[in-house]
Design a protein around this ligand. Structure first.
Ligand SMILES: [Zn+2]
Length: 406
């Protein structure tokens, strides 16, 4: 007797299943392609006999047992695929780990049996482990409990897969290492701010557990006070966010400079990404009344100095013209506080410290520019054209990247 069928869309669902397999196979092909490209680039690029500070080194991105490849490969891969150097480095590292350390999992991906995110998760989490241990994990996760059953990794969810990986990590970490890890973790603490165009800023960071606990307690206390005493009915999330603002804003004390641009055509002032703005609006945006709107910098002006070091005014002009971003194709680093002012034509070769010969680069891409055989030309304010070591050409204008030639 046929099973009872309520709805029928089986063919369409089969199509979805088939296309998922195609995607998985294509991901495996990309992984092999990236590893093959990295190998070819490594052999075609002769390294210097002795590496001086700042120069490109060779790095085993894929972990122990994976080949050493030129350090700046992620810059090229990122520019090509439209990824930040960080995302490109992850992709390259995962590809090298899979090819050289986790071959069984890569085979599963190639057969369309497992999702790419799962095998990449294993690749990333096991990167520091010795090759032999990675081999054991590879074997265990790709194996089936019995003949005909699905491979173990296919049956695990994200969190249970994480448990299995954690188990291995713990088994192969000695206790002294744990103390070391603790010290290193403390050294990696940071707080980052990512302003959006809608008047809010995303905050990300890592604090010590103790600081985080105290901060959260302080926010909760103020958020509760706002509800109980002030009758604030907004969500707890909004009240906590505002409580954080209250910790740092003291009306009458805080001084904020809001940079605005002057539009020569319409004769109005505007703030980055916000548009035309008045003093009243600036006050409400900042949450207090201590605000001065300063017309600062004409982005088209030529700011020049005779020395090597760029004056703050030039640095600020470059920052505004580059929309706060590094001037390398697809680089996602923002803020520019730690950025370097790069002389497009080097100062030593007669390049002036002037608007048309400088741009801001993050430290990584500054090293790529200086030692990685990339060529840059500044074609307009906020606009740099780059030629990669393999001849690709990209233009980055006010933070937006366009590929001009492959
Ligand atoms: Zn950069």
């Amino acid at each position: 007797m046929a099973a009872e069928v309520w709805f029928d869309a089986r063919e369409e669902l089969a199509d979805v299943l088939a296309s998922r397999e195609t995607v998985r196979r294509a991901e495996a092909e990309q992984v092999r392609g990236i590893a093959a490209w990295a190998a070819a680039r490594t052999t075609s690029q002769r390294g210097p006999l002795r590496v001086l500070p700042g120069q490109e080194r060779r790095v085993p991105f894929g972990g122990p047992g994976s080949p050493d490849v030129p350090e700046f490969l992620p810059a090229e891969l990122g520019a090509t695929l439209g990824l930040s150097a960080f995302a490109a480095q992850k992709l390259l590292s995962d590809a090298l780990s899979l090819v050289h350390r986790l071959p069984d999992l890569l085979t599963l991906l190639e057969q369309g049996d497992v999702d790419a995110w799962k095998v990449r998760m294993v690749a990333a989490a096991t990167r520091e482990l010795p090759q032999t241990v990675a081999g054991i994990i590879d074997c265990q996760l790709a194996a089936s409990a019995r003949k005909g059953a699905l491979p173990r990794i296919v049956r695990l969810t994200r969190s249970t897969l994480q448990d299995v990986i954690d188990h291995h990590l713990l088994a192969h970490t000695d206790p002294a290492q744990v103390t070391d890890d603790h010290t290193q973790a403390q050294a990696r603490r940071y707080v980052a701010f990512k302003p959006g165009l809608d008047g809010t800023t995303d905050i990300a960071g890592t604090l010590s557990n103790e600081d985080a606990r105290r901060l959260e307690q302080a926010l909760d206390d103020t958020a509760s006070e706002m509800a109980d005493v002030e009758g604030d009915t907004r969500s707890k999330g909004v009240r906590r966010a505002e409580a954080l603002g209250r910790l740092v804003v003291h009306p009458g004390l805080a001084q904020t400079v809001l940079y605005v641009h002057f539009d020569r055509v319409s004769g109005t002032w505007s703030a980055d990404g916000i548009g035309t703005i008045s003093v009243d609006e600036a006050e409400s945006m900042l949450g207090h009344g201590t605000v001065t709107i300063k017309p600062v910098i004409d982005l088209a002006a030529q700011i020049t100095t005779t020395g090597y070091v760029a004056p703050p005014r030039l640095r600020e002009q470059l920052r505004l013209a580059q929309r706060n971003l590094c001037a390398f194709p697809h680089c996602d680093r923002r803020g520019t506080i730690g950025f370097d002012v790069d002389h497009v034509t080097p100062y030593d070769s007669g390049g002036a410290t002037t608007s048309s010969n400088t741009h801001l680069l993050c430290r990584y891409h500054h090293r790529v520019k200086t030692h990685g055989r990339w060529k840059a030309t500044k074609t307009a304010p906020g606009t740099t054209v780059w030629t990669s070591p393999t001849g690709q050409v990209f233009e980055i204008a006010h933070g937006l990247t366009t590929r001009l030639r492959t």
